[in-house]
Design a protein around this ligand. Structure first.
Ligand code: SF4
Ligand code: SF4
Ligand code: FES
Length: 554
């Protein structure tokens, strides 16, 4: 269709929003409640433009044939600024890093508060996710991501007019409602009103304590995202620099959670084959993701027996650090402080579960690690690439792909095939379960039986997959969009293309690994030889497995 954009006649795709059309034509429109991954609810009215003389929201309005669109009149500039002032009594730029709203202040020309704050709220200090309603501007992005993308519905709007605010249901604290602690609301909040419950202070105290032996373990997806916090392009692999930075922060040893992932695969592949051979409960469902585990515990009690009993990779490695490594290195395990560097807010909750008998003392998100590196004045970009400490630092490509949706199943099948047939799989890349499609599936023959597998990422997709679970033998679910590369503790992103770049980085790390199957890992072999015996042995069950429970949604 033909329209006029700021007086210039152009041909446009009429199915696109005015916002997309303007951006494609190089015109900047400020947005606040809009997010490319969410349905445009048009609450903030910061993106106003004129269509045929009327003010309309660009994010939710499509053009009419022959319409005259204006994006820069004085009336528009005044209206955008007023809407911003009505929402934002107190600009909080400078208090929190990299707030999206700070860019928008500049775009609408707002410098200071014009209207007083109407109400004070008590901050909600949840178990993993912290909310401060005093900063909230009711843009509704957290509500939409929690409902539409995650399918959890833990928070919603309450009250009306100037009393309107966002709250967990029935005004309970977030920690007391069916919130899966995925942290997707954090990634979507433009003003920093939701954040992770910080473990930084505890970690800094431990690092300063001469009686402690502080060890870091780094999750697969950190290496594909941490560089973004230091101005590097999305998808830059910073594995070696991350290790170097952690050493300069004062950690005694830096270990690789990819090794924990290799251990998980040894146990999980064996568990799958045992269930297939002995008629155990199928489909077996992965348990690497504590966000998904909470979702199952709140909403799917009938799946308890379908869940693998394997702990997640950092929980397995945390336990091995305090048992296997402590013994070998001759260190009292009570002196060891294990800090997991994770993309994940739900892992903060996971390590406090009593039934986990966790070896992990603190969980820092990618963003918290970024803050620690900045606090220590380390020039991250100039650091040399360093290797993980070899005692628990050798891993395989199978371990690193845990960071992307589909990676756990792919890694498990590489090893399950060897265990079931005695032969290595020739093609170890399962393209059918790679990529950003919400639900992916495939099949493989093991022990003469066709094994159908599927994976989902994002809670809403998980719900759709669970509705058809009986078609499959093996299911992977990761609560966050894209898997851990899109975790709630990762750097904030506005362009969903960033998740693709992080995913590509993960797969390139796999391709360049010398070892690509978990059972080839020499440290894994040593741990079984020297301590555990074999997968699913009594000792392995005691240290590396756990159980889950039913939780009330109310
Ligand atoms: S942490 Fe996840 S489940 Fe909880 S409120 Fe935020 S988006 Fe919803
Ligand atoms: S997908 Fe990864 S980051 Fe997200 S909740 Fe699960 S484990 Fe945590
Ligand atoms: S960004 Fe369009 S109404 Fe908020």
């Amino acid at each position: 269709m033909k329209i006029k954009l700021n007086g210039k006649g152009i041909e446009v795709d009429g199915s696109k929003s005015l916002l997309d059309i303007c951006r494609e034509n190089g015109i900047t429109i400020p947005t606040l409640c809009y997010h490319a991954s969410l349905f445009p609810e048009a609450r903030c009215r910061v993106c106003l433009v004129e269509m045929d003389g009327k003010l309309v929201t660009a994010c939710s309005t499509k053009p009419r044939e022959g319409a005259a669109i204006v994006t820069n009149s004085e009336r528009i500039v005044k209206a955008r600024k007023l809407n911003m002032e009505l929402m934002m009594p107190e600009p909080s730029c400078g208090l929190v890093d990299d707030l999206e709203v700070c860019e928008i202040y500049a775009e609408v020309g707002m410098r200071k508060a014009r209207f007083p704050k109407i109400k004070e709220y008590k901050p909600d200090l949840g178990a993993a996710v912290v909310r401060d309603d005093n900063k909230c501007i009711n843009c509704g992005r957290c509500v939409r991501v929690c409902a539409d993308v995650q399918g959890v519905f833990a928070i919603d709007f309450a009250s009306r007019a100037h009393n309107e605010h966002i709250t967990p249901y029935w005004e309970h604290p977030l920690a007391d409602v069916a919130c899966i602690r995925c942290g997707q609301c954090i990634l979507n909040c433009p003003v920093g009103a939701i954040s992770e419950c910080s473990h930084l202070e505890g970690v800094v105290d431990a690092l300063n304590d001469r009686n402690k032996y502080v060890v870091a373990q780094v999750a697969p997806s950190i290496r594909a995202a941490l560089g973004e916090l230091f101005g590097m392009p999305a998808g830059t692999l910073v594995t070696g620099k991350t290790v170097a930075a952690l050493r300069r922060c004062g950690f005694e040893k830096v270990f690789d959670v990819d090794l924990g992932a290799d251990m998980t695969i040894m146990e999980e592949a064996s568990e799958l084959l045992r269930r297939v051979e002995k008629g155990g409960k199928l489909p077996m469902i992965t348990t690497c993701c504590p966000g998904w585990i909470l979702m199952m515990e709140f909403f799917y009690h009938d799946l308890l027996k379908n869940m693998s009993t394997c702990k997640s990779p950092h929980e397995m490695l945390g336990m091995l650090i305090k048992t296997y490594y402590a013994k070998k290195a001759g260190i009292d395990p009570k002196k060891i402080v294990v800090v997991s560097i994770m993309p994940c807010t739900a892992k903060k909750f996971e390590s406090t579960r009593p039934e986990m008998k966790s070896g992990v003392d603190y969980v820092l998100t990618t963003k918290e690690l970024g803050k620690l590196i900045k606090m220590k004045d380390i020039d991250f970009a100039s650091l040399p690439d360093e290797e993980f400490d070899p005692a628990l630092g050798i891993s395989t490509g199978a371990g690193v792909i845990f960071g992307a949706t589909g990676g756990v199943i792919e890694a498990a099948l590489r090893t399950a095939h060897k265990f079931a047939t005695g032969k290595e799989l020739e093609n170890i890349e399962f393209s059918e379960i790679r990529g950003m499609k919400g639900i992916k599936e495939g099949s493989i023959t093991l022990k003469g039986k066709k094994i159908k597998f599927a994976c989902a990422h994002g809670g809403a997709n998980a719900r759709k997959l669970i509705a058809q679970k009986d078609k499959y033998h093996f299911i992977e679910i990761m609560a966050c969009p894209g898997g851990c590369i899109g975790g709630g503790g990762q750097p904030v992103y506005r362009d969903p293309g960033i998740l693709r770049k992080r995913t590509e980085a993960i797969y390139s790390a796999d391709r360049s690994s010398k070892l690509r199957r978990s059972h080839e890992n020499p440290i894994v072999k040593k741990i079984y030889e020297e301590m555990l015996g074999k997968p699913l042995s009594k000792k392995a069950e005691e240290l590396l497995h756990t159980h889950y429970m039913k939780r009330s949604r109310f």
